[in-house]
Design a protein. Structure first.
Length: 167
Protein backbone atom coordinates (compact mmCIF):
# COMPACT_ATOMS: atom_id res chain seq x y z
CA UNK A 1 0.00 0.00 0.00
CA UNK A 2 2.90 2.37 0.72
CA UNK A 3 4.13 2.27 -2.90
CA UNK A 4 0.72 3.30 -4.25
CA UNK A 5 0.47 6.15 -1.74
CA UNK A 6 3.96 7.37 -2.70
CA UNK A 7 3.08 7.20 -6.40
CA UNK A 8 -0.10 9.23 -5.87
CA UNK A 9 1.76 11.76 -3.72
CA UNK A 10 4.44 12.36 -6.37
CA UNK A 11 2.23 12.13 -9.45
CA UNK A 12 -0.93 13.98 -8.46
CA UNK A 13 -0.08 16.81 -10.86
CA UNK A 14 0.79 16.53 -14.55
CA UNK A 15 3.12 19.55 -14.19
CA UNK A 16 5.84 17.19 -12.97
CA UNK A 17 5.01 14.92 -15.89
CA UNK A 18 5.48 17.86 -18.27
CA UNK A 19 8.95 18.47 -16.85
CA UNK A 20 9.86 14.77 -17.12
CA UNK A 21 8.62 14.54 -20.70
CA UNK A 22 10.71 17.60 -21.57
CA UNK A 23 13.79 15.94 -20.01
CA UNK A 24 12.95 12.67 -21.82
CA UNK A 25 12.70 14.52 -25.14
CA UNK A 26 15.95 16.37 -24.48
CA UNK A 27 17.73 13.07 -23.82
CA UNK A 28 16.21 11.48 -26.90
CA UNK A 29 17.30 14.25 -29.27
CA UNK A 30 20.79 14.32 -27.74
CA UNK A 31 21.37 10.62 -28.40
CA UNK A 32 19.51 10.21 -31.71
CA UNK A 33 22.02 9.69 -34.54
CA UNK A 34 20.50 12.58 -36.53
CA UNK A 35 19.36 14.72 -33.57
CA UNK A 36 15.74 13.95 -34.41
CA UNK A 37 12.89 14.21 -31.90
CA UNK A 38 10.70 11.35 -30.67
CA UNK A 39 7.24 10.80 -32.03
CA UNK A 40 4.41 11.53 -29.63
CA UNK A 41 3.70 7.84 -28.97
CA UNK A 42 7.02 7.38 -27.19
CA UNK A 43 6.04 10.03 -24.64
CA UNK A 44 3.15 7.84 -23.54
CA UNK A 45 5.49 4.88 -23.03
CA UNK A 46 7.99 7.07 -21.18
CA UNK A 47 5.19 8.48 -19.01
CA UNK A 48 4.10 4.98 -18.05
CA UNK A 49 7.62 3.98 -17.08
CA UNK A 50 8.60 7.18 -15.30
CA UNK A 51 5.45 7.35 -13.16
CA UNK A 52 6.07 3.93 -11.65
CA UNK A 53 8.71 3.65 -8.94
CA UNK A 54 9.17 -0.04 -9.68
CA UNK A 55 9.69 0.56 -13.40
CA UNK A 56 11.87 3.64 -13.01
CA UNK A 57 14.17 2.34 -10.25
CA UNK A 58 16.40 0.34 -12.66
CA UNK A 59 16.99 3.44 -14.83
CA UNK A 60 20.49 4.71 -14.13
CA UNK A 61 23.75 5.65 -15.81
CA UNK A 62 25.14 2.34 -14.56
CA UNK A 63 23.16 0.58 -17.28
CA UNK A 64 24.48 0.80 -20.81
CA UNK A 65 21.25 0.78 -22.78
CA UNK A 66 17.62 -0.25 -23.14
CA UNK A 67 18.58 -3.92 -23.48
CA UNK A 68 20.31 -3.78 -20.10
CA UNK A 69 17.18 -2.21 -18.58
CA UNK A 70 15.04 -5.05 -19.95
CA UNK A 71 17.52 -7.67 -18.73
CA UNK A 72 17.34 -6.22 -15.22
CA UNK A 73 13.71 -7.39 -15.00
CA UNK A 74 14.53 -10.81 -16.39
CA UNK A 75 17.49 -11.21 -14.02
CA UNK A 76 15.40 -10.29 -10.98
CA UNK A 77 12.65 -12.65 -12.13
CA UNK A 78 10.15 -9.80 -12.39
CA UNK A 79 9.52 -9.93 -16.13
CA UNK A 80 5.78 -9.72 -15.37
CA UNK A 81 6.44 -6.15 -14.23
CA UNK A 82 8.04 -5.39 -17.58
CA UNK A 83 4.99 -6.83 -19.32
CA UNK A 84 2.79 -4.41 -17.37
CA UNK A 85 4.15 -1.43 -19.32
CA UNK A 86 1.62 -1.97 -22.13
CA UNK A 87 -1.39 -1.81 -19.79
CA UNK A 88 0.14 0.98 -17.76
CA UNK A 89 0.62 3.02 -20.94
CA UNK A 90 -3.11 2.70 -21.67
CA UNK A 91 -4.08 3.51 -18.07
CA UNK A 92 -1.89 6.64 -18.00
CA UNK A 93 -3.11 8.07 -21.35
CA UNK A 94 -5.15 10.96 -19.85
CA UNK A 95 -2.37 11.90 -17.43
CA UNK A 96 0.31 11.86 -20.13
CA UNK A 97 -1.86 13.86 -22.52
CA UNK A 98 -2.35 16.52 -19.82
CA UNK A 99 1.40 16.55 -19.19
CA UNK A 100 2.08 17.01 -22.92
CA UNK A 101 -0.53 19.79 -23.08
CA UNK A 102 1.12 21.60 -20.15
CA UNK A 103 4.59 21.18 -21.68
CA UNK A 104 3.41 22.58 -25.02
CA UNK A 105 1.41 25.41 -23.43
CA UNK A 106 4.46 26.48 -21.40
CA UNK A 107 6.92 26.23 -24.27
CA UNK A 108 8.86 23.19 -23.05
CA UNK A 109 7.85 21.08 -26.06
CA UNK A 110 6.75 21.90 -29.60
CA UNK A 111 4.64 19.68 -31.88
CA UNK A 112 5.61 19.10 -35.49
CA UNK A 113 2.12 18.41 -36.81
CA UNK A 114 3.35 16.79 -40.03
CA UNK A 115 5.49 14.16 -38.33
CA UNK A 116 3.77 13.95 -34.90
CA UNK A 117 7.13 14.55 -33.24
CA UNK A 118 7.68 16.61 -30.10
CA UNK A 119 10.76 18.83 -30.04
CA UNK A 120 12.24 20.22 -26.81
CA UNK A 121 13.01 23.85 -26.15
CA UNK A 122 16.69 23.86 -25.36
CA UNK A 123 17.45 27.28 -23.90
CA UNK A 124 15.54 27.54 -20.64
CA UNK A 125 16.37 29.99 -17.87
CA UNK A 126 17.53 28.53 -14.58
CA UNK A 127 14.89 28.77 -11.85
CA UNK A 128 15.23 31.73 -9.54
CA UNK A 129 16.19 31.25 -5.94
CA UNK A 130 13.43 29.52 -4.02
CA UNK A 131 11.88 28.06 -7.18
CA UNK A 132 14.37 25.26 -7.77
CA UNK A 133 13.14 21.71 -8.15
CA UNK A 134 13.09 19.40 -5.19
CA UNK A 135 15.92 16.91 -5.32
CA UNK A 136 13.51 14.00 -5.89
CA UNK A 137 12.12 15.73 -8.98
CA UNK A 138 15.62 16.48 -10.25
CA UNK A 139 16.55 12.82 -9.77
CA UNK A 140 13.44 11.75 -11.66
CA UNK A 141 14.36 14.25 -14.39
CA UNK A 142 17.78 12.64 -14.71
CA UNK A 143 16.11 9.24 -15.07
CA UNK A 144 13.81 10.68 -17.75
CA UNK A 145 16.81 11.97 -19.67
CA UNK A 146 18.59 8.61 -19.40
CA UNK A 147 15.47 6.84 -20.68
CA UNK A 148 15.32 9.32 -23.56
CA UNK A 149 18.98 8.57 -24.36
CA UNK A 150 18.21 4.86 -24.50
CA UNK A 151 15.11 5.34 -26.66
CA UNK A 152 16.98 7.69 -29.01
CA UNK A 153 19.25 4.87 -30.12
CA UNK A 154 16.39 2.73 -31.43
CA UNK A 155 13.45 2.98 -33.79
CA UNK A 156 9.83 2.57 -32.67
CA UNK A 157 9.42 -1.13 -33.62
CA UNK A 158 12.60 -2.05 -31.72
CA UNK A 159 11.49 -0.20 -28.58
CA UNK A 160 8.04 -1.79 -28.79
CA UNK A 161 9.64 -5.22 -29.19
CA UNK A 162 11.99 -4.81 -26.23
CA UNK A 163 9.19 -3.58 -23.95
CA UNK A 164 6.49 -5.94 -25.31
CA UNK A 165 4.21 -3.08 -26.33
CA UNK A 166 1.68 -3.24 -29.14
CA UNK A 167 0.77 0.02 -30.86
Amino acid sequence: MGEVVEEVKVWNTPVIGAYLLWRFTTGYTASHPHGDAPIGLLHFVAGAILTSPRLSTPISNKRADLQSYVRSFEDSKSSDLLLSIHERTKDRLPYTMKAIDIAVANGLLFWDLETAKLYPKSNLNKPKRGNALKSVNEQMGSKAEILGNWFGKHDLPTIANYLSIVF
